[in-house]
Write a protein that binds this ligand. Structure first.
Ligand code: GUN
Length: 287
């Protein structure tokens, strides 16, 4: 039997409609949510991501501003910009688009963002908060995946969740969130020997490797939930995920498509986190 498709585009549009009401309410009360995006250099993928984020902000009623620096900018100049944004009352969320140029110290830049404006959830404080079950801002991609599972009433407790990919942006926070919901979690990476041994035992399989169509039907347990975080462009120009969709959908119980799966949810959760940051700001002002 063919897997049920988890339609990220539809889900994202439902979630955005709900959060738009919250953004409108704040704006009517005189506090328009605002997001500042910092980009350094001209990574083509980052340029597309940033453009999509700005467009999504405008559609939901969030003020957005992009601070785009040349790739050879000294890190201190970016830190100065973040310091000013930390004190800007029109900006409730600050996001530094990754990757940064190689000569940058990522953690120094990210930890200069005010904790209450770190809508990516990448600040070391917020990472620690997540790990200890005190989430302040959930990182957007794993947050989007959790929302997909929740909306499809997919039980997590007691399940074996296998994550392929150990990045700070996706793999590690994804593992923490699934663990927090009672899953038994295995994190695999490109170094894992006999990857299929692990993936075949997964009830929930999250793939974030950046390797086009690397997960094939033989690697998937019948009925498993398969979440494809990858987005890759094939030589013929077509977009594809890290999962071979055509064959895996015949084995899995649920599967996310690419495009139209996790991607739209990631941006949606960024919008939610920004509106949440603005709501908290309003609450703190009224205390
Ligand atoms: N680069 C790729 N994904 C992300 C993300 O979720 N946030 C940021 N800031 N940069 C990214």
């Amino acid at each position: 039997m063919s897997a049920q498709i988890i339609d990220g585009k539809l889900l994202a549009s439902n979630v955005r409609a709900e959060w738009k009401r919250r953004a409108v309410k704040l704006t009517e009360q005189g506090l328009r949510p605002g997001l500042a995006v910092i980009m350094v250099g001209d990574n083509p993928a980052s340029e597309i991501y940033v453009r999509n984020k700005v467009r999504a902000c405008s559609e939901i009623g969030i003020h957005s501003e992009v601070h785009h620096f040349f790739g050879n900018t000294h890190q201190n100049e970016v830190l100065d910009c973040i310091r000013i944004l930390n004190h800007n009352q029109h900006v409730h969320g600050i996001l530094v688009q990754l990757p940064l140029p190689l000569h940058y110290a990522n953690n120094q830049v990210i930890t200069s963002i005010a904790i209450e404006k770190d809508v990516d959830g990448f600040h070391l404080y917020n990472v620690g908060a997540l790990v200890t079950g005190n989430t302040n801002f959930a990182p957007c991609t794993p947050y989007g995946v959790m929302t997909m599972l929740e909306q499809h009433h997919i039980a997590i407790e007691g399940k074996h969740a296998v994550i392929v990919g150990r990045s700070n942006i996706v793999g590690k926070p994804m593992a923490m969130m699934l663990l927090e919901h009672g899953a038994t979690v295995t994190i695999c990476s490109s170094k894992t020997r006999d990857l299929s041994y692990f993936t075949r035992s997964a009830d929930i399989l999250v793939v974030a490797t950046g390797q086009p169509q690397m997960v094939t039907a033989e690697m998937v347990k019948p009925g498993a939930v398969v979440i494809d975080v990858g987005i890759n462009r094939l030589p013929d120009g077509q977009l594809c995920g890290d999962v071979e969709f055509g064959s895996v959908r015949e084995v899995a119980g649920y599967i996310t498509p690419v495009p139209g799966g996790v991607g739209p949810m990631t941006i949606t959760m960024l919008l939610c986190n920004t509106i949440l940051a603005a709501e908290r700001c309003q609450q703190n002002a009224s205390i």
